[in-house]
Design a protein around this ligand. Structure first.
Ligand code: COA
Length: 415
């Protein structure tokens, strides 16, 4: 079966996490992704957090599936020429170097346009134009600068970063959308363009509801679904809301049977208004369905802590999966807190290709997260990540270099 991005060639100049997540998605959709790395070293993540000596780390392998790897020293004059040839052949150049690195290499937007006016140049940077535009940025910096950390955690504790890599992988996703959009526009204009996804912007986009709350707070001085209501105090900025739901239906994380020894024996419970009477029945508080102090969403807001404490008395008598089964029967929205171990072992995720077992020549079998976006006409086949420079000769031959020329370039340290 053909793939959605068949025929699209990506010059993948990305490293670490944010850029590689983007180009991995494009590769899963069928693009030919050619990852350019430095000979001898490669993407720094190849050797970071290694669990097997001298073998590409899971960090690298899980972010670089379905790509080809070529080694080019882009600071070597002959290496630069090879990169130029690649720029002329490719549709998109994706990079997430520190600000200015591509220009310092000699590949300014103007130069790239000279070489290939159809080229889309897509970049992840920590910040957009402004006071921090020259800063190097990693995941947690973006979470802090994008509003996620100040709004995550409990009111009586410090800011907390999320385990979800919303700064890196989140921005990679944003960039991928920008790239396919630019490719679409190119079909009308024939021109390339620059695509920028700043990590601060990507995180803020995912924290949109907190900017919503900032404005609500400024207007009304309170937010009744936050745990600070009714007894705590609100300051000038959106406070940390613990596990309160970010939407209009109050929710909280509740203990389940076994919580004393299992750190993940919890369930997320949402007191959705349309099923309130069913919730009252399930937990044995039938009288709350008609009690004016509890019968309406507005009446319940000042009592949310007590309500969740009462529901928790019920959830603590059930495992999270038993509770799920019972609550689902009544359409009461809830979700188990799943550990990574449980997720890795979940058969339905294996079946859909969301968790995939991959074989690697030096590592052996490992698990990875497959493509979370499923296209019915472009199914994803997850292929192992490339070894460093595995495809250098192949790609050089496609660019028209002879075996002798390839040998000479290798001797000169250009590839
Ligand atoms: N041949 C020759 N030189 C190469 C090369 C190649 N194939 N590939 C990279 N380089 C050079 C670059 O030109 C750069 O050189 P310069 O500093 O002399 O200009 C150098 O390698 C290092 O690049 P840099 O991006 O500065 O790496 P770093 O390890 O110091 O910083 C980050 C890493 C992630 C902090 C930085 O790249 C960054 O801020 N990126 C943008 C934001 C981002 O994506 N962050 C999230 C990462 S998950």
């Amino acid at each position: 079966m053909s793939k959605a991005l068949d025929g699209v060639r990506i010059l993948d100049f990305t490293h670490v996490q944010s850029g590689p997540t983007c180009t991995q998605l494009l590769a899963w959709f069928g693009a030919d992704v050619i990852k350019v790395e430095r000979a001898g070293a490669g993407d720094i993540t190849r050797e970071q957090l290694r669990d097997i000596p001298d073998v590409d780390s899971l960090y690298f392998t899980m972010l670089n599936h379905n790509k080809r790897s070529v080694t080019i020293d882009t600071k070597n004059p002959e290496g630069k020429q090879v990169l130029e040839a690649l720029i002329q052949k490719c549709d998109v150049l994706v990079e997430n170097f520190a600000p200015g690195a591509l220009d310092r290499m000699g590949f300014t937007w103007e130069r790239i346009q000279e070489l290939n006016p159809r080229m889309i140049v897509a970049s992840v940077k920590g910040f957009g134009p402004g006071p921090y535009e020259d800063c190097k940025v990693y995941e947690n910096v973006a979470q802090c600068a994008g509003g996620a950390a100040s709004t995550t955690g409990f009111d009586d504790g410090p800011p907390v970063v999320s385990g979800a890599q919303i700064g890196d992988s989140g921005t990679g996703l944003h960039l991928a959308l920008g790239i396919v959009t630019a490719l679409y526009q190119r079909t009308q204009t024939g021109r390339g363009q620059k695509v920028l996804a700043a990590m601060q912007d990507g995180v803020l986009n995912l924290c949109r509801v907190k900017l919503r709350d900032q404005q609500r707070l400024e207007r009304t001085g309170t937010m009744k679904e936050y745990p600070q209501y009714p007894n705590g105090t609100f300051g000038e900025a959106v406070p940390r809301a613990g596990n309160a739901s970010g939407g209009g239906q109050p929710g909280w994380i509740l203990k389940c049977k076994g919580w004393e020894t299992d750190p993940n024996a919890y369930i997320y419970f949402i007191t959705q208004a349309p099923v309130w009477a069913k919730i009252c029945n399930v937990i044995g508080k039938e009288e709350w369905a008609t009690d004016p102090n509890y019968a309406t969403p507005a009446a319940r807001l000042p009592h949310l802590k007590d309500i969740f404490a009462e529901i928790e008395r019920w959830t603590m008598t059930k495992t999270k999966f038993e509770a799920m089964q019972i609550l689902n029967k009544y359409d009461i929205p809830c979700g188990p807190i799943l550990s990574m171990k449980e997720i890795a072992e979940e058969p339905s995720l294996r079946k859909t290709g969301t968790i995939v077992e991959v074989d690697h020549p030096t590592r052996g079998k490992y698990l990875t997260v497959g493509n979370p976006i499923k296209l019915s006409d472009s199914p994803t086949e997850v292929k192992r990540s490339p070894l460093l420079g595995e495809h250098t000769d192949e790609v050089m031959t496609e660019l028209g270099y002879s075996p002798e020329q390839i040998r000479a370039l290798r001797t000169a340290g250009a590839i």
